[in-house]
Design a protein around this ligand. Structure first.
Ligand code: ADP
Ligand code: MG
Length: 556
């Protein structure tokens, strides 16, 4: 059984295997390690995933879903042709394609996997990730926190022992911080915190807003939201390698953005980074000087504005010796190796924490309208963990106790996330009018609640389904639905991707360039219909070269 780790990202997903004493990334059908977490539907109603889907993001935004990880565990759906798909279902399509890639690469079936999730993912989001895996025919051995996975790669490569790391993971949609100590082959996470709604996408949005305002006020031009977003994303990435970037709006009309200006535009987001960092240090009872290394992972840590902010905050330079896009998947594979008892990892031990407190709502004597949160498990305790509390009725007339279960840090339950309600009958009289409630966080950070009434009848209860969660029946129905959706044949995927890319460029160009692109597209489409793979492949290389040259402005 291969030890497989999956990084199911907001922007990109990766799959890796642990073998021959190391983690190895697995390429997809296009030969890339990064599979864009994007799903689209073509005019025949067939679904496309990954690169060909991402190419359609600009040209067919209405038929393309991206960044759906941000809404996993909610009822939001995307309409792709006929079917309406939830985030879990879209994620399952990405997982399925990764599974296929791994099976082709390894020549064996892949079922058991470790999947990474943002450390700050709540209970609902974790359960939803497991549902997505189930829909893809995968069995999750364990969910692991992304920064912890990333840290494994650094820890195992470090020759010095006994080090404290702060891992900062800024991806497309989430920001996660983990404080970890590595000592004698033991990885111990001390604390974790983060923000589920802070990532590279938000930086792009602010730049897009700025471009939109400038083009309107300076040139009186209104561009489509998708196009502006693309310009903003390009500008953001270019500023990682250059100090200044010129955004061409139209002939002789351009805007210049510098890192200094980006810093100004993105100040509100940079300020938001500070709070979870401070919380993590406080929870671990450490000061910045105690840290041996600040490690950066996630694509958005390439932004100079981010690096400078961190450097100023810690008064030293962060470290990024590994490829920030690859470490989480590799780390997940290492953990898979560890859990499946890979020989070379026998001695390694890893412990993690959950960054949320879990508890129940209790009656507030000074204000009966506002229940107070009573934490049963406090945040940043090592998982797995189990804790128990006893609860009594508030009035003599009560024949049942209602337990509302919450996750969060606020003293008032209304500010925390409600996970469900349990109702337990209690006797009318006597000493047994109470309920013992046991909370258990498993190694994946998923909560289980068991309540035992005073009469000794031990009842094992499962949390009621929360509004955003899929029920067993819904999962069955989704499986059926997904089986009936036509997926574009993957051996033709790379050809499809190049057509979509050419179509995108066609839409962006004018005049002669546009005509030349149209000719290329048509020639290729005709060739595709012949299904002569040899000829197609030959033409594909030329086509690709031409598009590469065109995008680098060397064409014509
Ligand atoms: P996720 O784990 O959420 O999928 P990644 O770690 O892959 O995210 O990071 C994706 C984010 O990184 C995107 O918002 C993307 O714009 C950003 N990004 C990627 N490359 C660069 C770069 N060179 N400069 C700035 N941002 C980048
Ligand atoms: Mg990531």
């Amino acid at each position: 059984m291969p030890a497989i780790g999956i990084d199911l990202g907001t922007t990109n997903s990766l799959i890796a295997v642990y073998r021959d004493n190391k983690a190895e990334l697995i390429p997809n059908v296009h030969g890339d390690y990064l599979t864009p977490s994007v799903v689209s539907v073509d005019k025949e109603g067939q679904l496309l995933t990954g690169r060909p889907a991402r190419e359609r993001l600009i040209s067919h935004p209405g038929e393309t879903a991206h960044a759906f990880k941000r809404l996993i565990g909610t009822n939001k759906t995307w309409k792709l042709g006929k079917p309406r798909l939830r985030s879990e279902e879209l994620s399952s399509l990405i997982l399925k394609s990764l599974k296929q890639d791994a099976e082709n690469f390894l020549g064996e079936t892949v079922t058991d996997v470790v999947i990474s999730v943002p450390a700050y993912f709540n209970d609902i989001q974790r359960r939803a990730t497991r549902s997505a895996a189930q829909l893809a025919g995968l069995n999750v051995i364990q969910l692991v926190n992304e920064p912890t996975a990333g840290a494994m790669v650094y820890g195992l490569n470090d020759t010095e022992d006994d080090k404290k790391y702060m891992i900062l993971d800024l991806g497309g949609g989430t920001f996660d911080i983990t404080l970890l100590e590595y000592f004698n082959e033991i990885f111990e996470v001390h604390a974790s915190a983060g923000d589920n709604f802070l990532g590279g996408e938000d930086f792009t949005h602010l730049i897009a807003e700025w471009i939109n305002n400038e083009t309107k006020t300076r040139f009186n031009i209104k561009l489509t939201a998708e196009y502006i977003y693309q310009l903003a994303e390009q500008a953001k990435k270019s500023l990682s390698d250059n100090n200044s970037h010129s955004i061409e709006i139209e002939k002789d009309k351009s805007l210049t953005i510098t890192n200094e200006l980006m810093d100004e535009i993105c100040q509100p987001l940079l300020e938001k980074l500070r709070f979870p960092i401070t919380t993590t240090l406080q929870d671990a009872d450490l000061i910045p000087d105690d840290l041996d290394d600040i490690v950066l992972i996630g694509g958005s840590t390439r932004m100079p504005v981010f690096r400078e902010f961190i450097t100023r905050m810690f008064k030293r330079f962060p470290r990024q010796s590994e490829n920030p896009d690859h470490v989480v998947a590799k780390g997940a594979a290492i953990i898979a190796g560890l859990l499946t008892q890979n020989e070379s990892l026998r001695e390694v031990v890893m412990t993690d924490v959950m960054p949320y407190s879990m508890g129940v709502g209790v009656y507030n004597e000074s204000n009966s309208e506002r229940d107070i949160f009573d934490p049963i498990i406090e945040r940043n305790q090592t998982i797995p963990i189990s804790r128990e509390n006893r609860y009594y009725p508030i009035s003599d007339k009560q024949s049942a106790i209602n337990l509302n279960i919450y996750q969060g840090e606020s003293r008032y339950v209304e500010n925390n996330l409600k996970l469900g309600t349990l109702r337990l009958n209690i006797p009318k009289k006597g000493d047994d009018r109470f309920v013992d409630v046991r909370f258990t966080y498993d190694a994946s950070g998923i909560l289980e609640v068991i309540a035992i009434t005073g009469t000794g009848t031990e009842k094992r209860l499962v949390i009621e389904q929360t509004p955003g969660e899929m029920s067993k029946e819904e999962i069955e129905a989704a499986l059926e639905k997904l089986n009936n959706i036509k997926i574009h044949p993957r051996n033709m995927d790379k050809y499809r991707a190049i057509s979509s890319r050419a179509e995108r460029l066609y839409e962006q160009s004018t005049g002669e360039n546009r005509q030349a692109l149209a000719n290329f597209i048509q020639e290729f489409e005709i060739l595709l219909q012949t299904q002569d793979i040899k000829k197609i492949e030959k033409h594909f290389e030329d086509f690709k070269q031409a598009l590469d040259d065109y995008e680098h402005q060397e064409w014509f």
